[in-house]
Design a protein around this ligand. Structure first.
Ligand SMILES: [Zn+2]
Length: 880
């Protein structure tokens, strides 16, 4: 384990390497316990670097078998090899030289799933961010780009496919019972994009003809027998390739594009050049085993990894501080793709929900960091919602500020100017500034300032003068390491909705405003609209144009006016969601104080009206009917949080809406699409509306039989999983629920991905007894503690998706997580650290729970030898 050294890496310390890598040739002789790796690297000393400066290469848990310089052994006094580094002295002044490094690895015992490991008989690598140094000593950093040639030798019987990046050079018999394959990747790349796969896998093949007419072979490798379940992923890949050509002018650049699906994987997927490695969860789907959400995730992640070929691979990051350069931008691109493939407003609503659920709490807690961090102790802990999701929002704001045309020009310039580079955020922003002629200096603060800005909005209507004034004031609370903040450039899309429901078109004075966007650049600005025919209602931050918190006193009548007349579907949902949130926050406070809740009559009326409004698409209606989650309500309350009170209040509102709209929900519950299953967005939207309606109808009836009947009749996983969830969450003690859980488990005993749903559904059942159930499941012999998907399905779902169960008042949930984190840290530090982030909002809890959470965190801190990953998270969470 790489234990914590406490070393802090700083952005300002960046310095290029002393030696320049020209090319690298790797040879692997695969063996489960003793894989031999021979790495031949040609380097030269960088100009201006003194001859006394040694070559220092990175390692992690490595043992050097042998070292040659230009094919010769050198005196042992000229180098030092430790598990973490290889230092070689006395190297040539300027001439290129070759080092040959031999190391031996044990893929079978590599439980960290970083570097080269073996899963279900398949050899596989994961090198981002610092896994390559677990394979051989190298400059394992993203600004060292080299051309790779890879030769793989392995047993013919066990390891039929031998895959690596780039184009296939050749292969054949090697020696007794072994064969080999050689690959050449002509595109210089950093080591984190290196990949190797060896295994006996099933293959799905297709081709894609690029816009310049080149034919690319497409190959998806999965476990034997699972080939039919890769068809949707292949379809999504072809659509992604076409879309990137049409929208960004980006063409694929190798003869072959390969995807391998493996079952033990720490991340979702990895964009290794020409050879993406995927968690099989994001490749395999058929109607019987995958839900609509699974299909949508597969489409998005296949696209995301493919899009990295340009944003990440052709143009990579100079250092890991620039991670958002590839991730934020690529998330932006995959969002735009999904919006085009599906309903754009529904997609945007889902993005806003995700951002608020995951990124806003991060920004408000002890783990807050800028989109581009300036320091880190463990880079693995920065694959966060802030870097990915907020990073994407920042790119989206650039587009909002510049407009579609200038944005595209800026992207074109970026691709043209930086192809083949390891670039920075400054390089990226400069392209947009240059393409548009706009100064983006103040805007660039979005990359360096952590925290979610707040904008308070007030308005004033003058009926005599017919003027309407909107005053905006921005603020940004301190975050760890940043006590003082500068003023931001916040682009706020808006609309003024007149009493008759039409929109006021006039432009305001008082600051920059154009194309329906107000640019807030000062602390406080007043925008004045003149000649307004009647008192308008302002709809601000339309479409969530900026990731900020808006504080605005708006009457329920005004919010209802917006939700009725807003032409923008997202803004309409925002108004409805604000309305519901406000009610739920007030009700939660009453519940916490033990007082009677106020009726939700008006809110229920609006929701039911939306449910039956046939002019709205079903997916939108489903989103509107899904009340803000308990975690959303907690976030709005902000401090002294009592998760039980929030649950009580929310359940009461659900019950009231359910009873008031029982007829509507009963009809809609029966309206699911008939005929053969199709994963398209329209059919998925119909199932979503039917599913949420079934949940409301069951609540109104206070009986499990409707959900049980749906479970028994289900002919696809979406409906089956919806029904199981209603049973397990609404009727935990019912016989129907026990029957359904047992039948589900036995039916899918042989399908780990589906069985994961069985674990998550139970882990997310609200209430204090779930903690005991999770302990029971953890202790059962069929629980696979080494599979990250399974661990996340149970522990991750419980801690991140079950506010009442995890935050049990006696602290049992926190203690469970603490024990698991320490145990998992021993084999898989990345997974352990990720699970621990579920406690990031602990300081906003009421005092009793806060104390229990603190004790659990201390128990981790004092548990002894911790990895750098877990130690970093626990220290930051405990820091005052
Ligand atoms: Zn990515």
């Amino acid at each position: 384990m790489r234990t914590d050294t406490g070393h802090v890496f700083k952005l300002t310390d960046y310095k290029p390497t002393d030696f320049v890598v020209e090319r690298i040739d790797l040879t692997f002789e695969l063996d489960p316990k003793a894989t031999m790796v021979v790495s031949r690297v040609i380097l030269h000393r960088r100009e201006g670097v003194g001859t006394d400066v040694p070559l220092v290469l990175d390692g992690d848990e490595l043992t050097l078998d042998s070292l040659l310089i230009d094919g010769m052994e050198i005196d042992a006094s000229l180098y030092d090899a430790t598990p973490d580094s290889l230092t070689i002295r006395d190297l040539p002044e300027s001439a290129p030289f070759e080092i040959t490094v031999t190391t031996t690895l044990s893929p079978e015992t590599n439980t960290k799933l970083m570097g080269l490991y073996r899963t279900n008989g398949v050899y596989c690598t994961q090198c981002e961010s610092e896994g390559f140094r677990r394979i051989t000593y190298f400059y394992d950093r993203p600004d060292v780009l080299a051309v790779y040639t890879v030769t793989i030798i392995a047993s013919k019987d066990e390891t039929k496919q031998l895959l690596s990046n780039g184009n296939f050079l050749g292969g054949g018999n090697y020696d007794e019972g072994r064969h080999f394959a050689a690959w050449f990747d002509p595109h210089p790349k950093p080591s984190y994009l290196f990949a190797l796969v060896g295994g006996d896998l099933g293959l799905v093949e297709d081709t894609f003809t690029t816009m310049s007419g080149r034919e690319v072979a497409l190959k998806i490798y999965v476990e034997h027998g699972k080939e039919p379940r890769a068809a949707y992923a292949m379809d999504a890949l072809k659509r992604s390739m076409k879309w990137d050509e049409e929208m960004f002018g980006r063409e694929y650049d190798l003869d072959i594009f390969q995807i391998v699906a493996v079952s033990d994987f720490n991340m979702g997927a990895m964009e290794n050049k020409g050879l993406n490695v995927f968690n099989d969860k994001y490749v395999l789907a058929d109607p019987e085993t995958a839900t609509d959400a699974d299909y949508a995730n597969i489409e998005a992640i296949i696209a995301h990894e493919y899009f990295h070929n340009w944003t990440g691979n052709r143009i990579t990051c100079r250092d890991w501080f620039q991670l958002c350069l590839k991730e934020g931008l690529t998330v932006y691109r995959d969002h735009a793709f999904s919006a085009d493939q599906r309903s754009a407003p529904v997609k945007r609503i889902a993005e806003i929900r995700l951002l608020k659920a995951h990124q806003f709490p991060e920004d408000a807690g002890p783990l807050a960091h800028p989109v581009r961090p300036e320091t880190y102790r463990e880079i693995n802990n920065f694959y966060t919602a802030t870097v990915y999701e907020k990073g994407s929002e920042v790119v989206r704001m650039i587009r909002t500020i510049l407009g579609a045309d200038a944005f595209r020009k800026g992207m074109d310039l970026y691709f043209e100017r930086h192809d083949g580079d390891a670039a920075t955020i400054e390089d990226f922003i400069a392209c947009f500034a240059e393409a548009s002629g706009r100064d983006l200096k103040q805007f660039a603060l979005w990359y360096s300032q952590a925290g979610t800005p707040s904008v308070s909005v007030s308005s004033e209507w003058n009926d005599t003068k017919k003027t309407f004034k909107v005053t905006l004031e921005q603020s940004l609370a301190p975050t760890p390491g940043q006590s003082r903040k500068a003023l931001m450039h916040i682009p706020l899309a808006y609309g003024l909705i007149l009493p008759d429901g039409s929109e006021f078109e006039g432009q305001p004075t008082g600051g920059e405003a154009s194309g329906g966007v107000i640019h807030l650049t000062k602390r406080k600005q007043t925008f004045t609209f003149s000649d307004v025919p009647g008192r308008p209602v302002v709809s601000i931050n339309r479409g969530f144009s900026a990731p900020v918190n808006i504080a605005m006193e708006q009457s329920p009548e005004d919010l209802a006016h917006i939700s009725r007349h807003e032409s923008d579907g997202v803004a309409r949902w925002q108004a409805l969601n604000d309305y519901a949130t406000r009610h739920l926050v007030a009700a939660s406070r009453l519940a916490r104080d033990g007082r009677n809740l106020m009726p939700a009559g008006d809110l229920a009326d609006v929701l039911i009206a939306t449910a039956k409004d046939e002019t709205l698409e079903p997916a939108f209606r489903a989103q509107a009917l899904a009340l803000p989650a308990e975690s959303d309500i907690a976030r709005e309350i902000g401090s002294n949080i009592d998760p039980d009170a929030i649950h009580t209040a929310r359940e009461a509102v659900l019950a009231e809406v359910a009873r008031a709209g029982q007829d509507v929900f009963t009809t809609l519950a029966a309206s699911a699409a008939k005929g053969a299953y199709s994963p398209d967005a329209t059919a998925a939207g119909q199932r979503a509306l039917a599913g949420v309606s079934m949940s409301y109808a069951s609540i109104a009836e206070a009986a499990a039989d409707r959900a049980k009947a749906a479970f028994d009749a289900a002919d696809n996983m979406t409906v089956l999983a919806q029904a199981l969830q209603v049973l397990a969450h609404q009727f935990p003690g019912a016989d129907e629920t026990q029957d359904a859980l047992e039948s589900f488990k036995s039916r899918y005993a042989e399908n780990p991905l589906v069985l994961d749903k069985w674990y998550s559904t139970q882990a997310m059942a609200p209430g204090s007894s779930t903690c005991d159930r999770v302990e029971e499941l953890l202790a059962s012999p069929d629980f696979d503690h080494t599979n990250p998907n399974r661990v996340r399905a149970l522990i991750g779902a419980f801690t991140a998706g079950n506010p009442t169960g995890f935050n049990r008042a006696d602290g049992a949930g926190y203690r469970l997580l603490a024990r698991q984190v320490v145990e998992i840290d021993g084999r898989n530090p990345q997974l352990a650290a990720r699970l621990l982030t579920a406690m990031r909002s602990w300081r906003s809890l009421e005092p009793g729970r806060q104390e229990q959470a603190r004790l659990a965190l201390l128990s981790i801190r004092d548990a002894g030898k911790l990895s750098a990953d877990v130690s970093d998270i626990v220290e930051r969470m405990l820091a005052a």
